[in-house]
Ligand binder design. Structure first.
Ligand code: MN
Length: 287
């Protein structure tokens, strides 16, 4: 099942080139009062909503995807976790470029040493909203990544059981200002986490460890790799993350970027692809 959020937070089932509006199923979500429970309400309810979504989609005509504005497929992620250096060739690239590591040893360590980082959830947008460059005078880079959306609460899970806690996958762009500051500052600017174009549920991607991913900027190929090249695979990343944090439905784990990171500028058009997830185009503007 492929689910998107579009226009003014309509819920859509993606069916080929069409989107079928199934927003009516949201009426089945539990009514909540302050203080709200942790986790994204829709992702939490997804297992029980599934049959209702399919039934609702069968009753409505589709609208061409090209006519809707796609938003982040997760409306309220509780946290966005990032894997700093999780592809060997990207580690080598960082170590060889002072513009990437800024003489800070922690920026040159593999993931085992540096662990994970958090991005502010206020940085999350969908592809139609675009990236707005905030500091025009500083180098700002694209990073294309497989994004994992957690589906059930989990803490201390072993890698062998970890994929059972995944709701689905989307493309993540981890936009990054280069410089010496903490990653959580440089990567948390508004619009610097693009999630999209939709979420493909985990039953459709049983094994996320062999997916090609690439990104072009204005038609020029910049990054191209396969998720098999990750240092820690998705199950190991979830094990690692859940050994520090409780993971909640709707939490997003950005699994790291391969080699080929490079600058983006206002006016650029990004096109990102991940096998079995899809393609998304994202425009770059200025804040
Ligand atoms: Mn990244």
């Amino acid at each position: 099942m492929i689910l998107c959020q579009f226009d003014d937070h309509r819920l859509g089932l993606v069916d080929g080139d069409l989107v079928r509006d199934v927003t009516s199923v949201l009426e089945g979500l539990p009514s909540q009062r302050y203080p709200f429970p942790p986790g994204d309400t829709l992702i939490t309810a997804l297992p029980t909503l599934r049959a209702h979504i399919l039934a609702a989609a069968g009753k409505v005509a589709g609208v061409p995807l090209s006519r809707v504005r796609l938003l982040s497929p997760v409306a309220n992620p509780g946290k966005v976790m990032g894997a700093p250096v999780n592809y060997q060739k990207h580690l080598e690239e960082v170590a060889s470029d002072p513009g990437l590591h800024h003489q800070i040893n922690a920026h040159m360590q593999a993931i085992h040493q540096s662990g994970l980082f958090l991005k502010a959830t206020s940085s999350v947008v969908g592809p139609s909203q675009g990236i707005l460059i905030r500091h025009q005078d500083r180098r700002t880079d694209h990073e294309v990544e497989l994004a994992v959306v957690i589906g059930k609460p989990v803490k201390g899970v072993a890698a062998k059981d970890a994929l059972g806690f995944v709701a689905g996958y989307c493309i993540g762009l981890d936009i990054t200002v280069r410089g010496p500051e903490e990653r959580s500052l440089r990567k948390s600017i508004d619009t610097y986490t693009v999630l999209g174009p939709w979420i493909v549920t985990a039953d459709e991607i049983r094994d996320p460890s062999n997916l090609n991913l690439w990104i072009t900027i204005n038609g020029e190929l910049r990054q191209k790799a396969n998720t098999r090249d990750m240092i820690l695979g998705i199950p190991e990343l979830i094990e690692f993350a859940s050994s520090f944090y409780t993971l909640w439905p709707g939490d997003v784990l950005l699994s790291g970027t391969p080699e080929g990171v490079g600058p983006i500028h206002a006016g650029d058009m990004l096109h990102a692809h991940i096998d079995r997830v899809g393609d998304m185009e994202v425009r770059v503007g200025s804040a």
